[in-house]
Every structure is written in C-alpha cells, then in structure tokens.
Design a protein around this ligand. Structure first.
Ligand code: ZN
Length: 174
C-alpha cells in the first residue's frame, strides 16, 4: 500500500469523466488499497479514484462514527439505481480543502456496484453514506460539490479560491 497525492481544485483532471473498470486484476486491488490508505490518512470519509489521478470508476467510503467499527465500502463501477427524498447538508471535499457548503442531494440512495473481484453488489443507505455515494459518483463525472452550488455561492467560492490557489497550503497527505 502507498499514500498517494490528492489532487486539488483547480486541477484539470478533476473535471474529466472516468471510464468503467473492465479488468478486475491486481492493479485494481492495488489502486483500491492505495485509496483506502490515502483516505484514512487524510483523514476523510470518501475518495474517488480521479482524486488521485486515476480516471477509473472506483470510489471508496467509510462514514462510520469514531466510536463505531470501520465500515469500508469499496465500489467499482458504482451506480445509483434508486433514490428518494431531499437533503441539504454541509459538504466538504479533500480536493477542495478549507471550504464547506450546503449541497442539495437525495436523502436515500441504493447503490449497485461491483467489488474488486467483479461480483455485483447492492447497498442501501441514508444519511451521510447516501450523500457520500452521490458526492463520490459526481467525481467520476468530473463534477465537484462546488459545481452544485447556486450561482451566487459559486461566484463567492471562485473569488475565495483565487486567493487560496496562490497560497502554498500545507499538504494533508504528506
Ligand atoms: Zn470530494
């Protein structure tokens, strides 16, 4: 396993669409392992492969509370096949450090995905995990949570980000 660098806005790779995974080999398992190590080290609750520069449809999530056992979800070719209700919760992103905003999402989600051996699985979720699934799948489409804000909030974000992209921020994934 190896820690990988997390790409940050406005890195152009984060705007690209990821391609489906077709080979369930050791390389895929290595990528997933690196993502797991990088996410827990950050620390974060979710990570998508393009955030470490791999344009493949692979996401990981662990939205368990601190006092609960780990609940790691590694999802290859993830797809939301059902969703209900509305939610408005504050989100952040390891690729947009130092910025949080409320984002409209669906409140519950059913995820269909493959594990790293290619077996099809389904997982129903609500709360933080449902939101995380939608946030991470957005990354596979080249969409960041800041792209989902109202035009006013987005322009405020752009003004702020102009100042912070010129700063040398301490790396959170040394
Ligand atoms: Zn993110």
């Amino acid at each position: 396993m190896a820690l990988r660098e997390i790409l940050r806005y406005p890195e152009p790779l984060l705007k690209q669409k990821s391609v489906p995974v077709t080979e369930f080999n050791d390389e895929l398992k290595q990528l997933a392992d690196d993502m797991v190590e990088t996410m827990y080290d950050a620390p974060g609750v979710g990570l998508a492969a393009p955030q470490i520069g791999a344009l493949q449809r692979l996401i990981i999530l662990d939205c368990s509370a601190k006092d609960e056992p780990d609940d790691l979800l590694v999802a290859v070719n993830p797809e939301i096949i059902a969703a209900e209700g509305d939610s408005l919760e504050e989100e952040g992103c390891l690729s947009v450090p130092g910025y949080w905003a409320n984002v409209k999402r669906r409140a519950t989600a059913t995820l269909r995905y493959q594990d790293t051996d290619g077996n099809f699985c389904e997982r129903e979720a609500d709360g933080l995990l449902a939101i995380g699934m939608q946030h991470e799948i957005d990354h596979l489409e080249g969409v960041l949570f800041v792209d989902r804000l109202s035009p006013l909030k987005r322009s405020i974000f752009r003004k702020k980000s102009v100042s912070y992209t010129h700063l040398t921020l301490p790396t959170i994934c040394s």
